[in-house]
Design a binder for this molecule. Structure first.
Ligand code: IPE
Ligand code: IPE
Ligand code: MG
Length: 238
């Protein structure tokens, strides 16, 4: 593979990169391992990814970790995912904190087991003053649910007769305050959005990679950014 890192221009780094981390199950299957092993290896990819993102000057990374549709999976897989998440934060939080990363959560914590919920709340609280970059964990997240949630939050504050606007929806999204999503990456070769950030990606550049998530490394991130920098963003203009 070409050394894309050297080809990247430091002047046009995406501010916010969103990633659909897909392909853990297929990675495990290929190696005749249980699916949970794929998720475990998938979690290990996050740290080197954040290190290279920070080095490049990316300000926010949103990771799709569990969708509102993933409840359709077998209970055992879902439990394994919560345990993995707890383990991730228990073992990595200090490092994350030390690196200046602010953790955010997008989605609803309501249906999560209380232990997982507390660990996430704690990670958000412990890192709230960090300024270097944001790691936005999208967990029990669905794009349609987010828009409904945003409208309901706005309705609670609505003055009589006041109309809804795009900017009012925007301000009530989980991602409020984060830079716009410049680049969305999906691994595993699937070319769909699967209910991820559907409001935010109206003009986002999309890159679909034929790499299973546990195999994703900094070199793939560089390749995606190179691809992004070679796109012309027109936003409807000419
Ligand atoms: C993505 O990998 C991780 C989650 C959805 C939690 P998958 O588990 O969807 O892996 P595949 O798509 O079955 O290979
Ligand atoms: C999307 O992957 C959700 C996450 C990566 C968390 P899925 O594997 O759930 O998506 P589909 O079912 O292939 O669309
Ligand atoms: Mg999948």
């Amino acid at each position: 593979m070409k050394n894309y890192k050297d080809l990247i221009s430091r002047n046009r780094i995406p501010r916010h990169v969103a990633i659909i981390m897909d392909g853990n199950g297929r990675w495990a299957k290929k190696k005749s391992l249980p699916r949970a092993e794929g998720h475990k290896r998938g979690a290990e990819v996050i740290e080197p990814l954040m290190d290279s993102a920070i080095e490049l000057g990316i300000k926010a990374v949103s990771l799709y970790a569990f969708s509102t549709e993933n409840w359709l999976r077998p209970q055992t897989e879902i439990f394994a995912l919560w345990r993995l998440l707890e383990y991730f934060f228990k073992t990595r939080l200090e490092k994350i904190k030390g690196r200046g990363i602010k953790i955010r959560h997008s989605g609803s914590l309501d249906k999560l087991p209380s232990g997982t919920r507390e660990i996430i709340k704690n990670a958000v609280e412990e890192t709230k003053n960090n300024k270097k970059a944001v790691l936005n964990f999208c967990l029990n997240y669905g794009g349609r649910q987010e828009i409904v949630h945003a409208v309901n939050s706005w309705l609670e504050k609505r003055k009589p007769g006041e109309p809804i606007t795009a900017s009012k929806i925007e301000k009530n999204l989980y991602t409020s305050g984060l830079p716009g999503v410049d680049l969305l990456i999906r691994t595993s070769g699937e070319s769909r959005i699967s209910n991820f950030l559907i409001w935010q990606i109206a003009y986002t550049e999309l890159v679909f990679l034929d790499v299973l998530w546990p195999d994703f490394g900094p070199s793939h991130l560089y390749r995606c950014i190179y691809e992004y920098q070679n796109r012309e963003r027109r936003y409807g203009g000419i």
